[in-house]
Design a binder for this molecule. Structure first.
Ligand SMILES: Cc1cc2nc3c(=O)[nH]c(=O)nc-3n(C[C@H](O)[C@H](O)[C@H](O)COP(=O)(O)OP(=O)(O)OC[C@H]3O[C@@H](n4cnc5c(N)ncnc54)[C@H](O)[C@@H]3O)c2cc1C
Length: 317
């Protein structure tokens, strides 16, 4: 077995799940993340003195391997069952509630779950990778294998021309953008809802009550825009604040301005054309995984990283 480490690029939940699988098998792993924190799109930020989720709103659990991870989070108080029922808002008004699977929330923000899984791993933050070549190499340095755990457009930016199979796998696969607007009021000024699926709206697709999902009752809403609304604002996101807030207040029937707002831009929020298989691993020992590899959600990303890790363990042992 090679003494070189496997280099994992991206400390979102997919990269960290992969790192854990390899580490459990005794394979040396190094994770490199360009941001100053792990978590990727499971993003939380401290706003007005408390954590607010700006990316993934919640997660679901449909598969047994992920169940073990979720049970561990729940038993340690890191995650909790939030709700199985959201309101529906159409142009005609409020529709009947939509009942679905149990959605889980977190007390410390979605990012805290990835940070928990990353405990004890060799993780370097603020470490952007710029080139993955045959060998494989990462920025010119040999590795036993490389895992690219990020959206497809970011993968294709990293791959050298010689990695033709990997380039073909991600060729032409785009991601949709979104804008997330968080807004806080002194007290709750909207109806009895946990979250709202918004349909046929010019600005919004989804609104979460952040105080309810966090469990602290804070009067904070987070609205996610439609991709169509986000597109023209991607290079000037702050200009979107006013129309997005107007949309949020219109949908929620709020007539009082918030005390504060915060806008976050997601250039690559969700893949337009997800793959039909859970990951890619070819002879070049460059694995591709993440939420582009299935229905784009937290559980998919974890599963993709976990399975890519298992496949690499078999290949490298
Ligand atoms: C607005 C929004 C709402 C969502 N809502 C939900 C929801 O309610 N429920 C749900 O289940 N899912 C939701 N999702 C989807 C969920 O967040 C993703 O499926 C999941 O977090 C993807 O994880 P990942 O590890 O595949 O990718 P990411 O989280 O994107 O991680 C990729 C990581 O790679 C890093 N990276 C990229 N390029 C480099 C480089 N060159 N060098 C080093 N590091 C690099 C990035 O910084 C990032 O940390 C939502 C996503 C968004 C954006």
């Amino acid at each position: 077995m090679s003494t070189l480490p496997v280099v994992i690029v991206g400390a979102g939940i997919a990269g960290i799940a992969c790192a854990r699988e390899l580490t459990a098998a005794g394979i040396p792993v190094r994770v490199r993340e360009r941001s100053y924190v792990p978590g990727g799109r499971m993003a939380s930020r401290t706003l007005a003195g408390r954590r607010v989720d700006l990316g993934a709103s919640y997660f679901t659990c449909r598969t047994e391997p992920f169940r073990a991870v979720v049970d561990s989070w729940v038993s340690r108080g890191l995650a909790h069952e939030w709700t199985d029922r959201f309101a529906v808002r159409t142009p005609d008004g409020w529709g009947s509630s939509s009942v679905g699977p149990v959605r889980y929330g977190t007390a410390g923000g979605m990012r805290s779950l990835v940070a928990d899984l990353a405990e004890g791993l060799d993780l370097t933050l603020r470490s952007e990778v710029t080139d993955v070549g045959p060998g494989p190499t990462v920025d010119g340095v040999p590795a036993a294998a490389v895992v690219l755990a990020m959206p497809d457009p970011q993968v294709s930016d990293l791959l050298a021309d010689e990695l033709t199979e990997e380039l073909a796998a991600v060729d032409g696969r785009e991601s949709r953008p979104a804008l997330a607007l968080a807004a806080g009021w002194p007290q709750r000024v909207w109806g009895d809802v946990d979250g709202v699926f918004v349909s046929d709206d010019p600005e919004l697709s989804w609104i979460a009550d952040d105080g309810r999902r966090r469990g602290d009752g804070a009067a904070v809403l987070v609205g996610h825009s439609t991709p169509e609304f986000a597109e023209p604002y991607l290079d000037r996101p702050l200009d979107a604040g006013e129309p997005l807030l107007a949309g949020l207040m219109r949908v929620m029937e709020i007539d009082r301005a918030p005390e504060w707002t915060y806008l976050h831009r997601w250039g690559l929020a969700s893949p337009t054309d997800p793959h039909g298989q859970p990951f890619h691993l070819g002879p070049a020992l460059v694995a591709l995984c993440g939420d582009s590899w299935g229905t784009p959600r937290v559980e998919t990303a974890w599963t993709s990283g976990h399975l890519a890790g298992r496949a690499l363990v078999e290949r490298l042992s």
